[in-house]
Design a protein around this ligand. Structure first.
Ligand code: ATP
Ligand code: MG
Length: 156
């Protein structure tokens, strides 16, 4: 694991293995608390799901609860519920609204979202953004930042 930059609220890591990605997830899990939303961006197979599972483990998740009829949401058993959404198969914000996404966000828990591009407007005022980039077979660039929509709004 190597830090290659720490600019403003943004940190860039290079992972060379699953083990290193697990270490980055562990470090990240220490930042998280009730109500946090984590949006994970990046192409297919870039490591979003792996990262969520490792982070969830660090937060005390045991078995994965998977509902076969509801593949866009995984729920992990922890003291604090962990909701893991994958919007890949959903078309638009209307479909995401129909699964009750906003109601989920109002519940107690920590929330992870893969393919959050599909629900950009529905993300809260503040959330973590993690961008995954495939460098080669075993290496990933992982950029973690905290988004504050209002501040962004004033700057641009
Ligand atoms: N350093 C690494 N960190 C994370 N995953 C890695 C790394 N090197 C190789 N991989 C592999 O990359 C794949 C990541 O798969 P994963 O399901 O987490 O991707 P994803 O971003 O969730 O894709 P999708 O958009 O399809 O859901 C796994 O097969 C994993 O073994
Ligand atoms: Mg995935």
């Amino acid at each position: 694991m190597m830090d290659i930059g720490d600019e403003k609220d943004e940190i860039t890591k290079i992972s060379h293995s699953l083990k290193e990605t697990g270490e980055i997830a562990k470090e990240f899990s220490n930042k998280l608390s009730q109500g946090d939303v984590v949006a994970l961006y990046g192409p297919l197979g870039s490591g979003k799901t792996f990262f969520v599972r490792e982070t969830a483990k660090c937060l005390g998740a045991g078995d994965l609860i998977t509902s076969p009829s509801f593949v866009i949401l995984n729920e992990y058993k922890t003291n604090l519920p962990i909701y893991h959404f994958d919007f890949y198969r959903l078309k638009n914000e209307e479909e995401i609204a129909n699964i009750g996404f906003t109601d989920f966000l109002n519940q107690k828990g920590i929330f992870f979202i893969e393919w959050p591009e599909k629900a950009e407007q529905m993300l809260p005022e503040e959330y973590y953004r993690i961008v995954f980039e495939i460098l080669d077979k075993n290496s990933r660039k992982i950029i973690i930042s905290k988004i504050h929509k209002m501040i962004k709004h004033y700057l641009y």
